[in-house]
Design a protein around this ligand. Structure first.
Ligand code: ATP
Ligand code: PRP
Length: 212
């Protein structure tokens, strides 16, 4: 039997949008696996397996070949950096924007060194550096919107979809850093060694992307 093609899926929000996409091309976790707490899910196709991991770990699994393919947000990919895998398809799911935000009506001084709280340290450094501003970047792991409210930071860099979280916390977006959506990534060796399997899935997914 050939080894199943292993696809790393980001758990949480992206997973909710990814499973319907795979269902459309006829691939779904087996009933019993989906309801379990298993991390490797068998599917109705013997030659395809899903692994369910944290979004930020997906590039690592795919780079090292522990997964042949992965589904992950562009935000995570840019923060991870490098070009250690292929990124052949924008799945157009989990769409949002990465924005700079600050307390409403209070544009902090940029002449002094602004302090910026974010989970995206590399992206934030680069973004402010390109504007010629040497920001002090403070790494947080969640709830970035809190930082300006309690004096931890002048700005945040975070994802915005509806804007409800910013609004509920008296913040407003000041600048766009990047548009975000989830991407399909492919391990470089898998693209060569498992070309037929990879391209079959790729072309089927390409066919259903953007369908509502
Ligand atoms: P981790 O498990 O590493 O802590 P997380 O808690 O940030 O990740 P999610 O909030 O589920 O995980 O976000 C995962 C991905 O979903 C993000 O990397 C981004 O691409 C996308 N995303 C996050 N927030 C939104 C949003 N509000 N609207 C649309 N997509 C989003
Ligand atoms: C994400 C993001 C924002 C929020 C934006 O957080 O970090 O806080 O969504 O969405 P909105 O513009 O529609 O309000 P998430 O809900 O994933 O929670 P998290 O803090 O665990 O990342």
């Amino acid at each position: 039997m050939i080894l199943p093609l292993r696809i790393a899926l980001s758990k949480g929000r992206i997973l909710d949008d990814t499973l319907p996409l795979f269902a459309k091309i006829g691939i779904a976790p087996t009933e019993e696996d989906q309801r379990s707490r298993k991390l490797i899910l068998n599917t109705n196709r013997e030659d395809v397996q899903f692994i369910i991991i944290r979004a930020t770990d997906v590039p690592t699994y795919v780079e090292y070949g522990a997964a042949d393919m992965g589904v992950v947000g562009k935000d995570v990919l840019v923060e991870y950096g490098g070009s250690s895998f292929y990124e052949p398809l924008d799945l157009q799911i989990a769409k949002c924007r990465m924005m700079v935000a600050a307390l409403k009506g209070e544009q902090p001084q940029t002449s002094v060194r602004p302090r910026v709280a974010t989970k995206y340290v590399n992206i934030t450094h680069d973004y402010f550096a390109r504007l010629g501003i040497q920001a002090e970047v403070v790494k947080l792991y969640g709830s970035m919107e809190l930082a300006p409210l309690v004096g931890l930071a002048d700005y945040i860099v975070d994802l915005v979809e509806t804007g409800n979280t910013l609004k509920a916390n008296g913040l407003e977006a000041t600048d766009l850093v990047m548009e975000v959506s989830s991407r399909l990534i492919v391990n470089k060796a898998s693209m060569k060694m498992r070309h037929q399997q990879v391209t079959e899935l790729l072309s089927k997914l390409r066919g259903v992307v953007g369908e509502e």
